[in-house]
Write a protein that binds this ligand. Structure first.
Ligand SMILES: [Zn+2]
Length: 105
């Protein structure tokens, strides 16, 4: 069993679980209900955690998660400086570091 995702935001961890389950991975959440005290910042160890049951699935699960979390429905944007396509997660061009043009969320 290996840890594939953790966040202090339980919603994000739950979302990651849904993504991996949709891809057919066997996953389990830990600390799902650990953060109950309002206004109390949890220690890292107390964050909700998403684990994949099969070690052999770890790399594929990470790839599936990265792919799903990076698109978020937003298309890549094309750099006005060099014409390269950039993932929506980037705020500047990976190739020439030109800022993302406004309006290309
Ligand atoms: Zn560029």
């Amino acid at each position: 069993m290996r840890l594939v995702y953790t966040s202090d935001n339980r919603f994000l961890v739950g979302n990651a679980r849904n993504i991996l389950e949709a891809h057919g991975f066997d996953v389990v959440m830990r600390n799902e209900h650990a953060v109950s005290a309002v206004g109390e910042l949890p220690a890292f160890e107390a964050w909700p955690q998403l684990w994949v049951l099969e070690d052999a699935d770890y790399n594929a699960a990470c790839a599936a998660l990265a792919g799903a979390l990076s698109d978020k429905g937003a298309p890549p944007w094309r750099c006005s400086g060099c014409g390269e396509d950039n993932d929506a997660a980037f705020d500047f061009c990976w190739n020439c570091r030109t800022d993302r043009p406004p309006g290309t969320a």
